[in-house]
Ligand binder design. Structure first.
Ligand code: C2E
Ligand code: MG
Ligand code: MG
Length: 721
């Protein structure tokens, strides 16, 4: 199967979803061509097509008589012949005249799939060496149908003259200064970098001795070492101070060595040097800044500023968010006044330790002032996360600090400045965080404040939702509803998907789209996921006890639930409820597969071996390739609703849906179309070859009781043509 071609279809179909106008037309034309390539051609051509579509590496294909049947863009670039010029000609036309090497076909017969190196002539007449990897193209019946040749150019050895030229060029262009003297220590050659670094031109240096650059600051010992190297006592590497033409001294890193003739006599000496004044300056600057707070051992304000500068420039490059937190610890002054300075100091050290432990390694923590700490958070995915970190830091102070006989309780308030929104430079971010901190009302609930009011609102909504979700989980506000999947052959209910609902006491029913992402972010999804599986099994058992013949129920799994202990956890739930593994299907998304770890496959295999089925949800929206998907033991593909919406009126959408279904069929799995709302969509998908449908056309997700009624009544979807 021409997987590369199919993957290209898949990529084009995905791209088409977000395009309009001309761009869409172009994509669809490409999609059309790719589909033909993927399906409608004989195997020999399709096999060769693989390589053509895959990349720009030169690939050609020949029939068994040696005539060219394939010629990709890489081959065009390599030889200079266009596709039209090459196709149909005999491969001999590429042979270099002076070469008596065998042709490709002979080579193949002699060498099989081996890699061979040959000389070939380009359209321009130039002769090049190329390495060829040959492989047989077989047709559907396994018969040899042609030869696929992957080519890569091989470097020709240089002539002596070219070599001399090249070396001269490299020396001239080098960043390192080069100085060459003759046996009498007179400068005979320098390069451009020498002039740039020292200020001396060729005219000003040739004929002089290297003393031209002598700074006079070195002692006799070093001078002796340099001299010894120039007299051929082995090469010498080190740092010395030189003097530029303008009198300025500069540190340089030097290598000095000699060149000898055939008799061993020194003909030349050379030194290679680079100006390291820049590094030296940087080193000194680092030295000045690299001072840490002597009390807590944390970076001080100046190091913090420096590190944050770096962090912000990285964030700028990576287009990430960053945040600065300023934390004022309360009551340090009072502790110092009443219990003494030493106790207050110890208290600060312990707080610094607790903060450090609560943060990630990459986060920067500093003590910037008496009782003030600062934290920089690089790489936060969302700005709201700074609020979560603030909460975590405040929580570290919940436990009293024990110092000697004293149990001390302190609080803190935190101000947050967000990189990009609030400011892009360290100094003003710190100032804004400081301003926000000063605004935190004593006794306020949260104890932290964002500089921007809007950000503050967002972060706090986020945190509130998280708290409420925990309550919902504990307080029975979550429900599981069931949406039927029906067969497109007979219209019968053949499965159900369990979909979670949150019945909020004030806000009514909340869609999983509004809380599952948050649950994933905060890790609450683990508990929610366990609840869902538990509840689904409880319901399946209850249906069974009521005498209902239930089709399998699909449960959505978050990637975060997928770990080595998952099979054991699932088994435990099944056992406790007396539910058979065949009753459960697990729906996963591509994000899980893309992580790509071997253990994901191992866990899936374990689940499948237990008797559970796996479905890939939202198929077509991710990025994995077909070859990749084939590695996973998935039995069902669910085509995402976005590919169904425009059917069957929008021609473009039809082409895309067709491509997606074709892809799915290549994987030879059961295909479920999601979100089918109209009879026309249903008919179109049925004709394309989908197996099942799930959507409002038949039913939305309903309560367990309503689902049982539907099943009992034998509700069916009219699917006949
Ligand atoms: P999903 O797994 O792809 O589920 C399909 C979604 O499409 C459901 O939305 C379903 O109600 C909706 N849908 C079905 N038929 C139609 C239709 O004809 N038209 C329209 N417009 N929509 C239709 P829902 O229930 O809001 O769930 C949204 C997503 O939340 C799910 O997408 C799934 O990713 C996630 N989710 C739901 N329950 C759970 C759960 O228990 N665990 C996890 N991890 N995720 C869940
Ligand atoms: Mg699903
Ligand atoms: Mg889906």
């Amino acid at each position: 199967m021409a997987e590369a071609a199919l993957d290209r279809c898949l990529a084009l179909a995905r791209a088409a979803r977000s395009q309009q106008g001309e761009a869409l037309a172009r994509t669809l034309a490409a999609l059309d061509a790719a589909l033909t390539a993927a399906g409608a051609r004989p195997a020999a051509v399709a096999g060769a097509e693989d390589g053509f579509l895959a990349d720009q590496l030169p690939v050609i294909a020949l029939d068994l008589a040696g005539y060219l049947t394939g010629w990709n863009r890489g081959a065009e670039a390599l030889f200079g012949y266009s596709h039209a010029e090459a196709i149909g000609r005999h491969a001999l036309f590429l042979d270099a005249d002076d070469s008596d090497e065998p042709g490709v076909a002979e080579l193949f017969m002699e060498q099989g799939g081996a890699l061979v190196e040959v000389r070939r002539r380009k359209k321009s007449g130039a002769v090049i060496r190329v390495a060829m990897a040959l492989s047989m193209i077989r047709d559907d019946g396994g018969e040899a149908a042609g030869i696929l040749v992957r080519l890569s150019p091989v470097a020709e050895p240089l002539s002596e003259q070219d070599k001399v030229h090249l070396h001269a060029r490299i020396i001239e262009d080098s960043d390192q200064g080069v100085l060459i003297t003759d046996a009498h220590e007179r400068i005979v050659s320098i390069n451009g970098a020498f002039t740039r670094i020292t200020g001396y031109t060729s005219a000003e240096s040739i004929g002089h001795t290297p003393d031209l650059l002598r700074s006079g600051v070195h002692d006799a010992e070093l001078a002796a070492k340099v001299r010894a190297a120039m007299q051929g006592h082995g090469p010498w590497r080190g740092e010395i101070i030189g003097k530029r033409k303008n009198g300025e001294l500069f540190p340089q890193s030097v290598t000095i060595s000699v060149v000898r003739d055939a008799h061993g006599a020194i003909t030349h000496t050379f030194s290679l040097f680079s100006d390291i004044s820049v590094h030296k300056d940087a080193e000194a600057r680092m030295q000045r800044m690299a001072n840490y707070d002597s009390l807590t051992g944390l970076p001080n304000r100046s190091l913090f500023n420096h590190l944050v500068d770096q962090m912000l420039s990285e964030a700028r490059r990576a287009r990430e968010y960053g945040a600065l937190l300023v934390i004022e610890v309360d009551r340090i002054g009072a502790v110092s006044d009443t219990l003494g300075h030493d106790i207050a100091s110890e208290l600060l050290c312990e707080i610094g330790r607790r903060f450090r432990l609560a943060l990630r390694d990459a986060d920067i923590l500093a003590r910037i002032d008496g009782s003030k700490f600062a934290v920089a958070l690089p790489h936060i995915e969302k700005r709201e996360h700074a609020g979560i970190v603030a909460q975590k830091l405040l929580a570290t102070l919940a436990q009293p600090v024990l110092i000697g006989l004293h149990s001390l309780r302190v609080g803190a308030h935190i101000g947050i400045g967000v990189y990009l929104e609030d400011s892009t430079d360290t100094a003003s971010l710190l100032r804004y965080a400081d301003i926000a901190m000063a605004k935190v009302q004593p006794g306020a609930d949260e104890g932290f404040l964002f500089y921007s009011a809007e950000m503050d609102q967002r972060a706090k909504d986020h945190l509130r939702l998280e708290t409420e979700l925990r309550t919902a989980l504990a307080g029975g506000q979550l429900e599981l509803h069931y949406q039927p999947k029906v067969s497109l052959r007979n219209g019968r209910i053949v499965g159900a998907e369990a979909l979670i609902r949150w019945r909020h006491p004030e806000r009514g029913m909340i869609s999983p789209n509004d809380f599952i992402p948050l649950a994933e972010e905060t890790g609450l999804i683990i508990e929610i996921g366990s609840w869902v599986l538990e509840e689904a099994c409880r319901q399946i058992r209850a249906w069974k006890d009521a005498g209902l013949a239930m089709p399998p129920v699909a449960v959505n799994l978050s990637a975060r639930q997928f770990d080595r202990r998952l099979p054991a956890r699932v088994l435990d739930v099944l056992d406790r409820h007396g539910v058979l593994p065949e009753q459960i299907m697990l729906e996963i998304t591509e994000s899980l597969l893309v992580g790509g770890a071997d253990n994901v496959i191992a866990i899936m295999n374990e689940l499948v071996a237990m008797g559970l089925a796996l479905a890939l949800d939202d198929f077509g929206t991710g990025y994995s390739s077909l070859a990749y998907l084939k590695k996973f033991p998935i039995s069902t593909l669910k085509i995402d609703r976005s590919f169904v919406i425009g059917l069957p009126d929008e021609e473009n959408d039809c082409a895309i849906a067709r491509a997606i279904v074709t892809m799915a069929q290549q994987l030879r799995q059961e295909i479920v179309a999601e979100g089918v709302e109209t009879a026309e969509q249903m008919a179109f998908l049925r004709d394309l070859g989908c197996d099942q449908l799930q959507g409002y056309l038949f039913s939305p997700a309903v309560t367990g009781a309503d689902f049982a009624l539907m099943l009992r009544d034998g509700k069916r979807l009219p699917v006949a043509r």
